[in-house]
Design a protein around this ligand. Structure first.
Ligand SMILES: [Ca+2]
Ligand SMILES: [Ca+2]
Length: 376
């Protein structure tokens, strides 16, 4: 025990701020929550809580950090493969195995370059903290790679969610700013994928009998930066659409969500895209935004700390510098709140006590971790 304490001391000294005396708390009159600044990171991308209340945080350049909100300790997690973080590239999502208590598996996604081309990969490793505090992922293996890898640095997506029964892993692949691959049955780009936990395509995916890539669950997507299951097992997705076309979709197996053939937005270069229309064969979004919010992360809220927000989706707004709430009612969804946060919000997470945790999308000292609790 004493060895752990001694080795953690230097890390404590470099940590920016804990949740105690150093926290800055501000209460905005127009917000039903108070915002506490917990820590600073360098372009953080995603976070997830461990069962003991500590969190794993990814940073864009390729670092994974074990963070303890109780005392501000940051410990680097070794074993992460080389990340190509140019442009929108990053060490991306991090999610615990549904059987983490037994298998210690941490699933994560990242962009990489291979043979001059780039794509998003899914990997896992086993969480291992030694008695001296040193932390690593053991046996890191690449489970899945988007196909094909292409040039450019945009729209990787790379979000991960497990089905409520823990049997399947859903993984998002963005269309890499190449448009048409979202409709290409052979490509995994612009798709929601359903995989087994070892990264192989799940059996009986809805389009494999029609000659689609066997991993595909739904298609016609653009840049899918959040997926989350609700309490009834519905899969919700948000995606950064074209100009005026950011979306929340209810994902159903085998459906075509339209991009780039239809969208309620239009191309950023000004070209029109036909809007969704009844009977056009494409699944329309449940909610869309014009002007856009530029959605980052997505959280389905199930906590008790904000009982009025149960059964809501929370979305981090990048260009809109906001936190967005969408209220769910069965298969229906409607815009509820949009709070100005004064910074690009990349990630939304629910803490063990039901607090909302946010990560800002900025470099050092501008990539803060925020904790939202009731205004009281
Ligand atoms: Ca997360
Ligand atoms: Ca349109």
């Amino acid at each position: 025990m004493s060895r752990t304490l001694i080795s953690a001391l230097p890390l404590l000294l470099i940590a920016c701020s804990g949740e105690g005396a150093n926290s800055q708390t501000t209460t905005m009159a127009d917000k039903p929550f108070k915002t506490s600044v917990i820590a600073d990171f360098d372009s953080p991308w995603a976070m997830t809580f461990l069962p003991d209340g500590r969190a794993l945080v990814t940073e864009k350049a390729g670092d994974m950090i074990l963070f303890d909100p109780k005392n501000g300790t940051k410990i680097p997690v070794a074993g992460i493969p080389k990340v190509d973080s140019a442009g929108q590239g990053a060490l991306m999502d991090v999610v615990l195995s549904p059987r983490f208590a037994k298998d210690k598996a941490v699933y994560f996604s990242f962009s990489e370059e291979r043979d001059g081309l780039k794509g998003v990969a899914l990997a896992k490793g086993a969480f291992n903290q030694a008695s001296d505090g040193t932390t690593k992922l053991d046996g890191v293996t690449i489970l899945f790679r988007a196909s094909p890898y292409v040039d450019g640095d945009g729209h990787y997506s790379g979000r991960i969610a497990f089905s409520p029964d823990g049997k399947y892993l859903f993984f998002t692949n963005g269309e890499r700013q190449k448009f048409d691959p979202a409709q290409d049955p052979k490509s995994t780009l612009g798709k929601v994928l359903r995989l087994n936990l070892d990264g192989t395509p799940a059996a009986n995916n809805p389009l494999s009998a029609k000659g689609f890539n066997p991993a595909i669950w739904s298609y016609g997507h653009r840049n899918l930066l959040g997926i989350a299951f609700d309490k009834d097992g519905r899969l919700w997705e948000q995606e950064m659409g074209p100009k005026g076309g950011d979306e929340v979709n209810l994902i159903k197996p085998g459906l075509n969500y339209g991009y780039p053939k239809v969208s309620n937005g239009s191309h950023y270069d000004g070209r029109d895209i036909p809007d969704h229309a009844p009977g056009d064969g494409f699944e329309a979004p449940k909610v869309w935004w014009n002007p856009v919010i530029s959605p980052g992360g997505l959280l389905y809220y199930s906590g008790d700390l904000f009982p009025q927000w149960k059964n809501s989706l929370f979305i981090g707004g990048l260009s809109s510098q906001s936190l967005v709430r969408v209220k769910l009612n069965g298969e229906k969804a409607e815009k509820a709140d949009q709070w100005d946060m004064g910074a690009r919000i990349r990630e939304v997470e629910q803490g063990p006590d039901g607090a909302l945790w946010l990560l800002e999308d900025g470099g050092k000292s501008q990539g803060r971790m925020l904790k939202l609790t009731p205004a009281g």
